[in-house]
Design a protein around this ligand. Structure first.
Ligand code: SF4
Ligand code: SF4
Length: 350
């Protein structure tokens, strides 16, 4: 790398060295990731206590955290369709709808920043491949033909979910969500992890091990939620943009990119796979050469703190609005929970 930086071609470009080691964007992103992971852990623990209370363990009572519905993306899609069809906010799991719309909005604005700044699964995936890279001094890449084939899987899964939800009427959605299964869909999700079967444990174990060796294995190939966010990100006004005139072709950006995008060869990154993580920007050694930019004629650079602030405004803005307008909690009375939660494992998909 030193040879590239010291070459006459680079000198001829009046290379302005940037102190990229002082870049704080990735520390800021890590702080946001940790905060969101902690929020999810707190929600998970509170929800577990809530469920245990209604299982008659003597714990609590603990109030149900509506944020748990962030883990019910299908309910979120159903409720969004119900809202679009009827104009009414659904009664059961409305937070699932507000959360999926919040994250969709963040993707429209800040590319796939949901995946690289907020999603707890994305955070753990990133930590796993970084662990693999630090342990084995490298990550592994699948052959191009296999990589492209596998990447289509998440879009196929998304298509199946969208087709299934898109073919439901408003009445069918209301009946589904107000059935015993729909009312305790969150408890069913918890039970999936509490009483995990052998098959599910083997699959999750495989995904964890694969994620150590292959960067973002789950997110890159299988996550339909990420696929949806990637499609929304295609409309984002933000792009990674490279200044060809000052670029010294060191390829540091491409090597740092967890989505393996050819950042060093393109002028703009338009790909649905771009996570908005700014890892490429953080490692670029030349001043004003690689930036996340707003696609206006002025191409103003967007700094990491602006992304963090924007994510916070959208997230807290939408969730606070839902709470203040009384559309955040699912108004299920305690006696219904007392009846349904101990029997949650009996309910199968209607
Ligand atoms: S192009 Fe840059 S912002 Fe996009 S995924 Fe790659 S490293 Fe992250
Ligand atoms: S844009 Fe990429 S290739 Fe060009 S100088 Fe920056 S890191 Fe190196």
């Amino acid at each position: 790398m030193k040879a590239v930086l010291d070459s006459p071609e680079v000198a001829a470009k009046s290379f302005i060295r940037r102190d990229y080691k002082a870049d704080r964007s990735q520390r800021l992103r890590l702080a946001v990731q940790v905060a969101f992971l902690a929020l999810n852990a707190w929600i998970g623990v509170q929800f577990y206590w809530f469920v245990r209370h209604f299982e008659g363990t003597g714990i609590g009572p603990v109030s149900r955290p509506p944020g748990v519905e962030g883990w019910l993306p299908i309910a979120g899609l159903m409720n969004t369709r119900y809202w679009l069809l009827t104009g009414e906010i659904p009664r059961v799991h409305p937070a699932a709808m507000f959360l999926i719309l919040t994250f969709f909005a963040t993707s429209l604005l800040f590319r796939k920043a949901f995946c690289s700044w907020l999603c707890p699964v994305g955070t753990v995936s990133e930590w796993l491949w970084k662990l693999g890279r630090d342990t084995f001094k490298r990550n592994f890449f699948l052959p191009r033909w296999l990589d492209i084939g596998l990447r289509s899987l998440k879009y196929i899964l998304l298509g199946l979910f969208l087709y299934a939800v898109g073919s439901m009427s408003a009445r069918a959605i209301a009946e589904f969500l107000e059935s015993p299964y729909g009312l305790v869909a969150d408890v069913k999700m918890l039970d999936f992890f509490r009483f995990m079967g052998v098959t599910a444990a083997v699959v999750i174990g495989f995904l964890v091990i694969a994620s150590i060796f292959v960067q973002n294995f789950w997110c890159r190939y299988l996550c339909p939620y990420g696929a949806l966010m990637g499609l929304a990100a295609l409309l984002s006004p933000l792009r990674i943009r490279r200044n060809k005139e000052t670029c010294i072709d060191c390829a540091k950006c491409a090597k740092a990119c967890p989505s393996r995008l050819p950042v060093d060869q393109l002028v703009q990154i338009r790909s649905a796979e771009c996570l908005g993580c700014m890892e490429c920007v953080a490692v670029c050694p030349v001043e004003d050469t690689l930036d996340l930019t707003l696609i206006t004629p002025a191409q103003r650079p967007v700094r990491a703190w602006m992304v963090a602030a924007g994510l916070a405004v959208v997230f807290f803005g939408v969730t606070a609005t839902a709470q203040l307008t009384g559309h955040w909690d699912t108004p299920i009375p305690d006696w219904v929970y007392r009846e349904l939660i101990p029997r949650a494992r009996e309910f199968s998909h209607p």
